[in-house]
Design a protein around this ligand. Structure first.
Ligand code: ADP
Ligand code: GLC
Length: 480
């Protein structure tokens, strides 16, 4: 099975969130299941070309393409993914990709990903490599299914190629003005008269992909159901319902080599479910690192998150005094929207020495928090899958989550009457529900036997990609 995997981020080269983790791990798992996989992503200016042994392919230099009324050039760079024979191709076009961040609000954001998609297909043509499946991810690759059935349909190379579009977040829809249709080179009639490219008077790359992809997937079974409802569909629920038969939810896995408390190079003391007492050393080390005084028998709450509306940070605001009146420490790592950054900085000043807000992106610190915290919070308003709760479970750090999307599929509420459950969850999206769940977790933290049972159940679960990769493989086969 030949799979071209198109993505706008991929760990270890570039990552802003979970898509980066997925794109770094799923292709490896597919390779281990016998697939031949080639990954395509843009060569952003921030990617450390030398560190990753990324080299220009001489024959694929300065390829011209006419797009968005411009005569452009791109080159193709190449490396292989660490730990697997997965080829990674980078589309190099400094004019579009040498910017501060992978995603921008610049007026040519549409062009940046139009170029990426066309250049990826053109590279496949030059490689003369016919994929059985082109696996697309999110709006940045949403037009590939359209191109395959229109502008590139003449090319017999793609005659047997089928497309799968994975939706990692229905909130990001790649919506542009009608003028983008001309830039894309697609037939304007596909937009006019409420055509498949049109979505509430905009050209949405995501909606286009949903209409044209041979199959659609999203990153958890619960989210697959949720996005077909008005409450969670972000306006796309009707479109998704129209393709209900072709939509499947497959839970993400985690990279069990990168996220392994027994081998993690970032943390002070490696540990397993049998040596859980070592976790305390990591807690001390974390607190030292963020200038918080260690206190025996006081649980540490942790958050690692993009600070976006989706993540439920605003639920903390009305109850932060109450939370900090409990015997706890609190460490937050995140970056994003100004309002949340301000709130977190203010909390750090108010609760000096007990609350740390590290505003920024820091991979090492994310590992220290995952290992060193006792309780990990994810009060998301919605969460397509969520990876941090799975990382936390693997590290014996007990998650407190809102029961939505992938959180509902991975965190089972602890119940006093049955010795079951790997964490704590609540239904209602409210500060009161979050507070009472944190309180419940803190209470149980002091009942050491029960607590270590909850920790162990989480640590012993299998969140590896193997199972999920097999499910993707089944979907690919169903397309043949
Ligand atoms: P999302 O993709 O919505 O951001 P996920 O839980 O799927 O949520 O994945 C988030 C990923 O990004 C995790 O690997 C998490 O550790 C990482 N991450 C988020 N914010 C930061 C940050 N400020 N510093 C380091 N890693 C971060
Ligand atoms: C998105 C979602 C997150 C998911 C990730 C990877 O960014 O917000 O829930 O885990 O994609 O699929």
């Amino acid at each position: 099975m030949k799979v071209a995997f198109l993505t706008s981020e991929c760990f270890p080269y570039v990552k802003t969130g979970g898509l980066g983790d997925v794109a770094g791990a799923l292709p490896k798992a597919l390779y281990q299941s016998g697939c031949e996989v080639k990954v395509f992503l843009p060569l952003y200016g921030g990617i450390k070309v030398q560190d990753h042994g990324i080299k220009r392919i001489d024959e694929f230099s300065n390829i011209s393409v006419h797009l968005a009324g411009k005569d452009l050039n791109f080159s193709v760079f190449h490396t292989t993914l660490p730990g697997a024979e997965v080829e990674v191709y980078f589309i190099d076009c400094p004019y579009y990709y040498h910017r501060n961040l992978p995603y921008t609000n610049d007026s040519d954001e549409d062009e940046r990903f139009l170029l990426f998609q066309n250049a990826s297909l053109m590279t496949l043509q030059r490689l003369k490599w016919a994929p059985d499946v082109i696996h697309c991810n999110d709006w940045q690759t949403g037009l590939i299914p359209v191109y395959l059935k229109t502008n590139y349909a003449w090319d017999r190379l793609f005659g047997e190629s089928r497309s799968l579009l994975s939706i990692h977040n229905i909130g990001y829809q790649g919506r542009f003005p009608e003028s983008t249709v001309a830039k894309s080179g697609l037939d304007r009639n596909l937009y006019l008269n409420a055509g498949p490219l049109e979505f509430h008077s905009t050209f949405s790359f995501l909606k286009s992909g949903i209409m044209y992809a041979d199959k659609i997937s999203t990153v958890s079974p619960t989210y697959a159901r949720e996005i077909q409802t008005e409450e969670y569909g972000a306006g796309m629920d009707g479109v998704l319902r129209s393709r209900s038969n072709d939509l499947i939810g497959i839970l993400n896995g985690i990279d069990i080599d990168l996220w392994n408390p027994a081998k993690d190079k970032f943390i002070k003391s490696q540990y397993t479910a049998e040596t859980l007492e070592m976790k305390e050393e990591n807690k001390k080390n974390l607190l030292e690192r963020v200038n918080i005084e260690y206190a025996e028998n006081q649980p540490v709450l942790g958050i690692v998150s993009r600070l976006a509306g989706q993540k439920g940070i605003n639920l903390l605001q009305p109850i932060i005094n109450h939370i900090m009146s409990l015997p706890v420490r609190f460490v937050v790592l995140g970056s994003g929207e100004e309002q949340y950054e301000q709130f977190l900085s203010a909390a750090e000043s108010s609760f000096e020495g007990r609350f740390c807000a590290y505003l920024g992106y820091n991979n090492e610190l994310s590992h220290l928090i995952t290992a060193g915290a006792d309780i990990f919070l994810m009060p998301s308003r919605y969460e397509p899958c969520g990876l941090n709760q799975m990382y936390s479970l693997r590290y014996g750090t007990v998650p407190v989550v809102r029961k939505t999307g992938g959180l509902a599929d991975t965190v089972m509420d602890y119940h006093e009457y049955y010795e079951k459950g790997n964490g704590f969850s609540f239904n209602e999206y409210s500060s009161a529900a979050l507070l009472s769940t944190i309180q419940r977790a803190v209470d149980i933290y002091y009942q050491k036997d029960i607590w270590s049972g909850i920790q162990r159940r989480g640590m012993l679960e299998d969140f590896s990609w193997k199972k999920s990769a097999e499910k993707y493989l089944d979907v690919y086969k169903s397309l043949m």
